[in-house]
Design a protein around this ligand. Sequence first.
Ligand code: PRP
Ligand code: URA
Length: 208
Amino acid sequence: MEPIKVEHPLLEHKLAILRNKETGTKEFRELISEITLFLCYEAMKDAKTYEVEVETPITKTKAHMINEDDYIFVPILRAGTGMIDGIVKMIPNAKIGHIGLYRDEETVKPVRYYYKMPKGIDKKKIIVIDPMLATGGSGIDAITLLKEDGAKDIKFLSIIAAPEGLKKISEAHPDVQVYCAAIDEGLNSASYIVPGLGDAGDRIFGTK
Ligand code: PRP
Ligand code: URA
């Protein structure tokens, strides 16, 4: 499936500040959260609504709501957890699963260390969140784990994606729609996204 690149001048503006190496931890976290709002908004465009009756100060009217319980958001640790804040601003009752993966610095292959999901993932809409899609290894592995556990309806939100990772993920999981805010030039010899924003986890958590 072709990725959906979310386009908006405000998103461009926020990405410009996010990429800047001078942007500090506080602002970096806030931007990750704000950009996630845009991605979540787009990825939930097809959400089902049900009718409710509400009483405004003026009159009774029919309105529409979504069932927040239909969704499970799954950050890939660590950097994906930086996006939870943006998700829960939109969906305060969001159920959150966690998948712990890190890229081995030498092999660049994802190493699994944690997996915990809410109940009933086979019946829910799963939205995996990770700010960076580089080689695609972590995303592919996370989706494979979720499918092995019964997940059938999966979307993937990333802030910056590399063409190499997008190609790999669409080959490995053609049923998964990827949403991103930017598609960059490619990967460098250390498999970092160019121009990218550096190491998302380190910038969110201030570990370097
Ligand atoms: C980063 C990022 C993705 C992964 C992307 O995590 O958050 O999970 O790399 O790279 P890939 O597409 O080549 O797999 P990292 O492994 O640095 O771990 P961290 O979030 O704990 O910093
Ligand atoms: N992980 C990151 O945090 N940044 C990259 O550029 C690639 C993988």
